[in-house]
Ligand binder design. Structure first.
Ligand SMILES: Nc1ncnc2c1ncn2[C@@H]1O[C@H](COP(=O)(O)OP(=O)(O)OP(=O)(O)O)[C@@H](O)[C@H]1O
Length: 267
């Protein structure tokens, strides 16, 4: 049984009189890749930003590795949590290298060479060409900027990575490549990921678990298979309907279905 990385305990969040989350409970195990999907305005970004303290809960508590974030130093907390969001959030006056090395250079102040090789390593991992090192964000394509953003989030070696529609602004091909790269990084590092998306295929492809939300309520929290095979509510059923229609069954499973069909009719 894996330890719990993130826990929401009866969390409440309201803006004025508008209640966004009420008695929200969620437990994320270490090393889990959780994709969060749901109707617009249901509170996905709010959930994400509460993990790194960008938004304070109105009630309840949030624990990171068993410790309440109320008792944590916000700087230490954020240093341990990577954050990547849609579009470019790079420092515009800094080169690719300076953007990626921002946190590592704070951490290994004296050892410049260590930071340099860390930059090369992360550029390679997210699929950025070495020659882009000295360029400024405005000299990069949207997909390249997105890769730099992810490299920067990962270069701080966080235990937890929060991603808010990080691939929302790129074309289909780049999106597919970034998804594959993120999937590999996740498997290599064993990092815990919370990933907000609007795209159910992306949620099913990347998530080891998917959190489906509607109107501040959890509709289902389960594996891709559980969602596809046992949708908990009509909302989830509707969400995965198309995916189920297009998802190709592995041949063994098809054969199994046919066999059980034959058995059924013969008994
Ligand atoms: N600072 C704020 N003040 C008032 N209302 C807010 C504030 N931030 C968010 N909200 C409201 O809270 C609700 C949840 O917002 P949130 O950004 O978490 O939703 P979301 O699920 O991420 O939405 P989307 O999918 O559209 O990005 C929305 O109705 C939003 O309008």
């Amino acid at each position: 049984m894996m330890a719990t990385a993130i826990e929401f305990k009866n969390v409440k969040k309201s803006y004025g009189s508008k209640v966004v989350l009420d008695e929200f409970c969620l437990s994320v195990s270490q090393g889990e890749f959780v994709t969060i999907i749901g109707s617009s305005g249901c509170g996905k970004t709010t959930v994400l930003k509460m993990v790194n303290g960008l938004i304070q809960p109105s009630g309840g508590d949030i624990l990171i590795n068993g410790q309440s974030i109320r008792q944590m130093d916000m700087i230490a907390l954020r240093r341990n949590i990577g954050y990547a969001i849609q579009g470019s959030v790079l420092f515009p006056h800094m080169t690719v290298e300076q953007n990626i090395s921002y946190v590592p250079s704070l951490l290994n102040k004296k050892d410049k060479q260590k930071t340099k090789s860390a930059v090369s390593k992360w550029m390679r991992i997210v699929g950025l060409d070495e020659e882009l090192r000295g360029r400024y964000p405005y000299e990069l394509s949207g997909g390249q900027q997105q890769r730099v953003g992810i490299a920067r989030a990962l270069a701080a070696s966080p235990d937890i990575l929060l991603m808010d529609e990080p691939f929302g602004a790129v074309d289909e091909i780049t999106r597919g490549q970034l998804q594959d790269e993120l999937h590999q990084i996740y498997h290599k590092t064993g990092i815990t990921v919370l990933f907000v998306t609007h795209d159910i295929s992306e949620a099913l492809k990347l998530g080891t678990k998917i959190l489906v939300m509607d109107q501040g309520k959890i509709q289902q929290y389960g594996t891709p298979q559980e969602l596809l095979q046992h949708p908990a509510t009509p909302f989830v059923d509707h969400l995965v309907e198309k995916e189920r229609r297009y998802c190709r069954m592995p041949e063994e499973q098809l054969i199994h279905c046919q066999y059980s069909g034959v058995n059924d009719s013969s008994t």
